[in-house]
Design a protein around this ligand. Sequence first.
Ligand code: SF4
Length: 474
Amino acid sequence: MKVGVSMNLPDLKKAKERTSKPVEYQCQELAFDSSFQGKKYFLRTYGCQMNEHDSEEIKGILDFYGMIPCEELEKADVILLNTCAIRENAHDKVFGYLGRIKHLKKERPEVIVGIGGCMSQEEGIVEEIQTRHPYVNFVFGTHNIHDLGRLLSNAKKTSQEIEVYSMEGNVYENVSYKRDSKITAWVNIIYGCDKFCTYCIVPYTRGKERSRKMSEILKEVKMLKEEGYQEVTLLGQNVNAYGHDFQDGTLFSHLLEKVAQTGIPRIRFVTSHPWNFTDEMIDVIAKYPNIMPYIHLPIQSGSNRILKLMGRRYTKESYIELFQKMKNRIPNVAITTDIIVGFPGETEEDFQETLDVVETCQFDGAYTFIFSPREGTPAARMRDDTPKEEKEKRLQRLNERVNFYSKQKNEALLHREAPVLILGQSEKDPKKVYGYTDTMKLVNVDAPQSVIGQIVPVLITDAKSFSLDGRMVK
Ligand code: SF4
């Protein structure tokens, strides 16, 4: 008979705590359980690159147990959902999916179901799973992915186990990822976030800022280069904060320079907070041709009043100054951004200021969203009078301008040559391949499949709002 177990429930107050307790650096250690050998697993990932990369860790663990990936939910022995807490629709999608899983569990109660990721760090969500989805075998958080093996083994003998730690977090090394690509790779450089933007749940779900040791990062990048990887993306909620927690003068610019010196062909990084993007970083990006001239620099709003309410720690003016500095000093740089529409209290005048910044900066692209409150964050308690229809209209007006400039930037590349890293067969046309320019523009290329994995010169022959067409130059 299955028994209940003691539970570690999420606690947002505790998750907000920041102490001077030193970060523990540990090695991932997995205990083998042969009973999972040959079992099929279905893993679905929601959200950002951090989550995608966490899923590569999950797959690495399941691989260690000899498990086999499976595309069909109905045929899986183990179902895992790696969830996201940033957007409301991600929440709806997860609970929609659980409906399908519920039916499946009725027919095959032996199937093991686990829910992980940022959403499981939220108190209300875990309550919802406990009361409305008791068939879920276990819930884990972002701090204990390495413990997945134990949770899987326990699932055979317990009813429901909730193991979500609301803690500042440690750093695990020697993680054996099962990477999705053999050409591009993500490399974590810093975990967590201490910025506490008022709308964001990440500092609660992912803990305090804690950098990986530079030697470990460089070891990983060198290994990837030896394995033939063409591109690494350095990952963090705010990569600019890299090294601050060491308190020995180490900065992201130092790490970036060392990574460039490994000679890996392409380097990217996400995400950068405009608040601590230093001149030294700009200099290093401009100096090394293998650091791609592409920066994602979220502005979120063009109104200083709203930026203050968001707790973003910069002004419209300082953002534009930084933007111009990048444009002046990094040849050919492309800059994209994130914008939230309809933050609580945003007036038409505030929104107009956001449109003004879009006109000034003419971004290469922008991810635009309507504000959605995250329970437990300060913004969720702010008064929000703007009707939903008005927010939708603002989003539409914003997207028109954003798309106009995206297309214009793409058209500027017409009849020019660009270096493209070819990643695979084009989905739109199987006779073509696709890849990305140094400035992160998607190109469908007339070229043989044999160039997949190579950086090739491409002549741009057509430009649309969100992609380019081209042919390989012999
Ligand atoms: S910088 Fe702000 S928006 Fe980005 S993860 Fe941290 S709190 Fe969230």
